[in-house]
Design a protein around this ligand. Structure first.
Ligand SMILES: Nc1ncnc2c1ncn2[C@@H]1O[C@H](COP(=O)(O)OP(=O)(O)O)[C@@H](O)[C@H]1O
Ligand SMILES: [Mg+2]
Length: 155
């Protein structure tokens, strides 16, 4: 299947509109996840410290897919049945001007062996990130934060 058609399907699966900002797209992803998380007392929040302009629809769709997978992982793997918690998604910029999207939870530690991307989901996340020239920094030293760096204007 062509890349464009895969992205169109992903966009419609995530209910993203065509001309949406990154913030609006991630808000939609977080709201959809909130519906699953809220009955388990898991709070999903989004903070946008910076305007993230200059990203194409294709890049926004890929970032939304990555955030969807990372936050879904947090819902699935970080919290025991009945354990409340928080998942925060932030949009910022690092010193190089790249957009930095983080997904962090306050649940169970991240297993060291999982960072290499052996699982299907994290493997896909790594490939999606590479396809937009981005970089995925996995949690290290006991952190629970994934950071996705997205270069601006190189698409
Ligand atoms: N937020 C998280 N907290 C704790 N463990 C996690 C988290 N995200 C991923 N993991 C661990 O990483 C593994 C790999 O994730 P992934 O590649 O998405 O595969 P899957 O979700 O299908 O198990 C998970 O099975 C889990 O052990
Ligand atoms: Mg997964």
């Amino acid at each position: 299947m062509e890349r464009v058609s895969i992205l169109a399907r992903a966009r419609s699966a995530l209910h993203l509109q065509r001309h949406q900002s990154l913030e609006a797209a991630l808000r939609q992803v977080c709201e959809a996840l909130h519906a699953q998380a809220e009955p388990r007392s898991i709070l999903v929040s989004l903070q946008a410290a910076h305007e993230a302009n200059g990203l194409s629809h294709a890049v926004i769709t890929i970032v939304a897919l990555v955030v969807n997978e990372l936050a879904t992982n947090a819902i699935k793997h970080a919290f025991e049945e009945g354990q409340p918690g928080k998942i925060s998604v932030t949009i910022g910029r690092n010193t190089c001007g790249d957009i930095a999207v983080t997904v962090e939870d306050d649940g169970a530690p991240f297993p060291e062996s999982a960072g290499s991307g052996d699982g299907l989901g994290l493997g896909l996340v790594r490939r999606l990130t590479a396809s937009i020239g981005g970089l995925l920094l996995a949690p290290s030293n006991g952190s629970k934060a994934f950071e996705l760096r997205v270069p601006v204007g190189k698409d």
